[in-house]
Design a protein around this ligand. Sequence first.
Ligand code: SF4
Ligand code: SF4
Length: 397
Amino acid sequence: MLERLQQDLRGLKQITATSRRHWTTGRKIRTEFRAAQADGRRIVLDDYGPATPIPGTDQPAADLAPKTGLRPRKSHLMTLEAYPSTDYAFEFKSPPVSGNHINGLGESEHRVASPIFHTWKFGHPMGKLEFLFQGIRTPAEWVALLKRQWNTRRFTGEKAAVQVPVDNPADMTEQIKALTRELGACMVGIAPLTDDMLTEDLPLDYPYVISFGVQMDREAALQAPSEHAGLMIQSEYRATDRISAQVADHIRGLGWDAEAAIHGFLQIPAAVEAGLGQLGKHGSMISKELGSMYRLGAIATSLPLVIDGPEDIAVDDFCAICQVCTTNCPPQAIFDTKQMIRGRERWYVDFDTCIPYFVENHGCGICIGVCPWSDPGRGEAFSLKMMARRAKRAQNP
Ligand code: SF4
Ligand code: SF4
């Protein structure tokens, strides 16, 4: 009882701190940015927010300009008449350290990822852009964010003094998966927790991670970027936060350690390892059932569980011959070939090119909306077709 009261107080404190930050820091940048957008001017981002590091001699500066070269397209699925312009209402006098450099683009040695955005600590290299992103929320978006933050109060907590023994991890796994689904998840899997899922700010030390997805509202997603699509995303993330908090709370009630792995946790590598889907060219996961129309959440735990392996559904084969996301991305941020990122070769989105568009429009997501796998009911057939082609190629090399 006392523990829950303390959790509620923590939640209230967090909401109060966020609200205060919003009113004291957000108002100026919001007003001036919106006026610049309306008048076709640019604000100079160097003038806002706390000081951020400038590029050193071994750190390249970010090139935030949109790319050109591909023939741009506008998918008929996306409901806005035209995608918003790439002529941004902000600029830098001194561009920040490249986000691609921070992400380890081109690095052949494996290392833990560095935090880069959505940190709420604006002193990091991308801090000015995050300051703008957090500052320009509409009142409705702020209310949605505060509602979301209320769930975080139960992300961690004390476990019960008496531990329920787990004689059959397979049964326990089924129970936990059933609970996660009952609470609203549409998919759930178990992975070993590895440092591919962590950032330097989040040294979680648990053997397992329960990864799950919540279905996105496709109709709203196809309206991106827009306030309506943004609000829907907040409410979907609120569901992932709530489920993570409730499952973690349940496991702690069994006397095992558990915490919601949300802030600073890399959800996509965990979900891929848990067999929920595979990484697509657009940098998000693609599942057979939902394409990229889901939001991910996770719980790290010591509760003995049975691990699901990753599943090959032939996303790589499809992405190798598809360019729907690359040609629909307004600033052309999506690499057409796999890149080396911190010692792993994988699909990658150019951070420095994507993030200005994402910030200017307070969210984007066009790439996941247009992905053919996101069209309901088509993923299974895509997977079967690509697998059959692969088998045929193997027979007739
Ligand atoms: S979110 Fe996707 S479509 Fe939007 S700018 Fe980034 S990569 Fe491009
Ligand atoms: S749009 Fe095409 S290339 Fe892009 S992630 Fe989806 S399947 Fe892959």
